[in-house]
Ligand binder design. Structure first.
Ligand SMILES: Cc1cc2nc3c(=O)[nH]c(=O)nc-3n(C[C@H](O)[C@H](O)[C@H](O)COP(=O)(O)OP(=O)(O)OC[C@H]3O[C@@H](n4cnc5c(N)ncnc54)[C@H](O)[C@@H]3O)c2cc1C
Length: 499
């Protein structure tokens, strides 16, 4: 992590005072010499006792200094790395110039959810990966912190009360149903509603927001920020219907044939947890990360005084996996009061799919990493409760289909670790209900809905996007797909109105 040592606010002000008068003439080497700004964060020993956001956001001077590090490259490799092609040099320059209102306006041309993406996007593998500053300093962690600057601009807009709902064109009388309420669906709802079409969003849970509400914990993504996006949709006139399971409450086809919707978007995500299919996985004390995180986040089980939701407050917790979901589960277990949290992963840290920042935060919070290890079976007592896990050691072999080196079991390397709780976080498959109850819609062998380049499915008037199409992916990719699908839906309705 590039987060140490931290310059004081006075140091930053002094540095800014020397740089700002010449800000447009600064040479590349002067920009590169500006220290990368660390993200202020709650100290680890304090944050493990609360659910509040860990990263606190840049102060104004920090943001301007960080923005001054940008070289304004003509070829903008950062934009090529952004799935929604935000004009990054332009918004970063606006921050350097002190015009945050312009910065957020530039971002919002391409991204509807900047406060969310600025917090959870894997920038180190996207926009920041090929940043010239990072390349010059030979460290991707020293790239310009584009995500933190995006968050700064979005937070500034929200906190200064300037967030206005987008304008909605006059009513067209056309009706669109949006199924699910994750980032793909929220984007579709906003972009379609803007054109004046009536939008109804159907969500299976009692609260909209998808994984951003039920999966990603409060300490990484405050729910108030997600709620604000939902409130904005409501203010635009989007009708939100919760506790409505399409495929059960109503079939997808009925929405078109009986309920009078002119188009339907399916954004039902990848919420079906994968299990390891090993002995002991049905013991009391074994959870999917989905269930564990949903109990804690959506049902607020961590807030014992305010919620009735039960959750297991294990003392010795094993989390199996190495992605963002595993980090979120492990860090939640710490906050729920575990004495020890063990993260067990088959490969090395280099192959971990989790964001670098999340891995670093997890380590700071005392989570013990068991790398090149996997659980062979879970052992229970006579009452059916977990008492330990039997692990196996691994080594890395040649690369597999994912391009990562394959973990290979070391024979006879078994050993036992005492545990009372096991959280399985090895990935998710697509939600199967709509594909199962809509046999006329084409899916692939993983159960993902097949779409064309405009996110149209094989059923006329039905579009899909996000994890239900891509398999478990990211917020920004889901949002990008939502944009594409909304454009196609708006086009369909425009064409139909003409004819
Ligand atoms: C714990 C966790 C942490 C993550 N961390 C990150 C991260 O740091 N950065 C990142 O970019 N990505 C992260 N991801 C992935 C990211 O959240 C997803 O890629 C993204 O949310 C997918 O968006 P979506 O719109 O496709 O669907 P989702 O967000 O999955 O939302 C789908 C919604 O559809 C609803 N639904 C399902 N079936 C039906 C039905 N039949 N009828 C009505 N509603 C239905 C579901 O209840 C859900 O609310 C994480 C995922 C998890 C689980």
């Amino acid at each position: 992590m590039n987060d140490k040592p931290e310059p004081s606010p006075e140091d930053n002000r002094r540095l800014l005072d020397t740089l700002l008068p010449r800000k447009d003439e600064l040479k590349a080497r002067e920009r590169i010499a500006i220290p990368a700004q660390p993200m202020p964060a709650q100290p680890a020993r304090e944050r493990v006792r609360n659910m509040s956001e860990v990263a606190l956001g840049y102060a104004h001077d920090q943001a301007r200094l960080e923005a001054l590090r940008c070289l304004q490259c003509k070829n903008a490799p950062c934009v090529k790395g952004c799935p929604v092609a935000i004009d990054i040099p332009a918004f970063v320059k606006a921050i350097a110039d002190g015009d945050t209102a312009d910065a957020i306006a530039i971002i919002k041309r391409n991204s509807l959810l900047p406060a969310i993406c600025g917090r959870v996007c894997p920038q180190e593998t996207q926009c920041q990966l090929d940043c010239t500053v990072g390349k010059s300093l030979k460290d991707v962690e020293l790239s310009v912190s584009i995500g933190r600057l995006e968050r700064f601009a979005a937070d500034w807009e929200r906190e200064s009360g300037r967030m206005l709902p987008p304008e909605v064109k006059p009513e067209t009388g056309r009706k669109v149903a949006v199924i699910g309420s994750g980032p793909a669906s929220l984007t579709v709802a906003a972009d379609v509603r803007r054109e004046g079409h009536a939008v109804t969003l159907f969500e299976a849970f009692h609260k909209p927001g998808g994984v951003m509400m039920y999966g990603i914990p409060e300490f990484r993504l405050p729910k108030a920020i997600v709620q604000l996006e939902i409130d904005t949709l409501k203010a635009m006139g989007v009708r939100i219907v919760t506790d409505y399971v399409v495929g059960r409450t109503r079939k997808l086809k009925d929405l078109l044939e009986r309920d009078g919707f002119d188009a339907v978007f399916v954004g039902t995500g990848a919420g079906l947890p994968k299990f390891m299919n090993i002995e002991g996985e049905n013991l009391v004390g074994v959870f999917s990360a989905n269930e564990y995180l949903t109990r804690s986040n959506l049902m607020r089980a961590y807030d014992e005084g305010a919620a009735d939701t039960p959750i297991r407050r294990g003392r010795h917790v094993a989390v199996l996996g190495g992605g963002n979901v595993a980090m979120d589960a492990a860090r939640t277990a710490v906050r729920l009061g575990a004495d020890e949290v063990h993260l067990i992963y088959r490969r090395t840290e280099k192959e971990m799919p989790a964001r670098i920042e999340e891995v670093a935060h997890a380590k700071e919070e005392g989570i013990r990493f068991h790398l090149l290890r996997n659980v062979k079976r879970i052992l229970g007592d006579e009452t059916g409760r977990v008492v330990s896990v039997e692990c196996l050691k691994y080594e890395l072999g040649p690369p597999d289909d994912s391009g990562r080196r394959r973990p290979v079991e070391i024979p006879n390397s078994e050993y036992v670790l005492p545990m009372d709780t096991v959280v399985v976080a090895i990935g998710n498959d697509s939600n199967p209900l709509i594909p199962q109850t809509t046999p006329e819609m084409e899916t692939n062998r993983w159960g993902n809905i097949v779409v064309n380049e405009n996110n149209r499915t094989s059923m006329p008037g039905v579009y899909a996007g996000g994890d239900i199409v891509l398999g478990a992916a990211t917020v920004i990719l889901a949002m990008g797909q939502g944009r594409q699908a909304a454009a196609a839906i708006n086009e369909q309705l425009r064409e139909e109105t003409k004819s």
